[in-house]
Design a protein around this ligand. Structure first.
Ligand code: MN
Length: 280
């Protein structure tokens, strides 16, 4: 087995999105598509009431991508143009495949107990053949996300498989792994990730040695190629492990849309203007 080395460590940058939502952004959609099939990773972390009222993300469109919301504290109230509505609470996941288009509203709310909002949004690309497909939601309640324990690692498996435990999110084009991994102090975690797949780790609590290199929170690690991820920790560490198969297609990102050509973006904007964006 070949342990994947670290190829890049990204320091998340503060960004403001939606109606004044402060977040920590590690990766954002770019034409260079260097984290193919992953496009964006945002960390919502409102831990201080002086950050003021949370206004959220009022109605906005998406086309050509999947957005994955995973909340640890607080919640996101959600509704969309297809008539879906609901609340993504602590430990819940919403895996939204926009396909040809949805309009939705995402409103983060503080935990009533702690006053904190803590969660992540990952954007996953869709291959050209799926970009104009039917929109689809996989709403996963916290109670149905299985946990697996091995050698001091406790893993909540959202998508992919760990130690014989499979995540509830399935039939995603990128064949993703998406896991919340917690290592107890003085433990070691070795996890196979298929060679050629893109692999990232978002370290959000504690400190760990990834491929022999010490990384403290909060950082996004980009791994080089190999067939396993190796992590050790003396004091404990928690990270999101993200991996998937690249599509190796050209992309043209434009705000909440990611298509393959400029013409497809122009078409999308024309449909928004003339009211034909949402197709039944
Ligand atoms: Mn959105």
């Amino acid at each position: 087995m070949i342990t994947r080395p670290i190829s890049q460590i990204i320091e998340p940058q503060y960004a403001i999105e939606g109606a004044g939502v402060l977040l920590r952004r590690s990766i954002a959609p770019r034409k260079s598509n260097e984290y193919d099939p992953f496009l964006l990773f945002d960390h919502f972390a409102f831990n201080d009431p002086v950050e003021g009222p949370i206004r959220g993300f009022p109605m906005h469109p998406h086309r050509g991508i999947e957005t994955v919301t995973y909340m640890l504290e607080g919640s996101v109230n959600h509704r969309d143009s297809l008539g879906n509505s609901g609340r993504i609470g602590p430990g819940d996941v919403q895996w939204m495949t926009s396909g040809r288009g949805i309009l939705h509203e995402e409103m983060p709310r503080r935990s009533e107990q702690s006053g904190v909002i803590y969660g992540f949004q990952l954007w996953v690309n869709l291959p050209a053949a799926q970009k104009m497909g039917q929109p689809r939601y996989q709403e996963v309640n916290a109670a149905t996300i299985p946990s697996a324990t091995k050698d001091g690692a406790t893993v909540r498996v959202v998508a992919g498989e760990f130690n014989g435990v499979s995540g509830p999110v399935t039939e995603i084009s990128a064949s993703p792994l998406y896991m919340d991994v917690r290592l107890a102090p003085a433990s070691r975690f070795v996890f196979p990730v298929p060679s050629g797949h893109t692999a990232l780790a978002y370290v959000f609590e504690g400190t760990g040695k990834f491929a022999g290199e010490t990384v403290d929170s909060v950082k996004m690690i980009v791994f080089g190629d190999g067939d396993q991820i190796e992590v050790e920790s003396d004091s404990g560490v928690r990270f999101m492990l993200i991996a998937g198969a690249p599509f190796r297609e050209p992309i043209v990102p434009y705000g909440p849309f990611v298509m393959n050509t400029v013409e497809e973006i122009q078409q999308t904007l024309a449909e928004l203007r003339n009211g034909t964006f949402i197709k039944s």
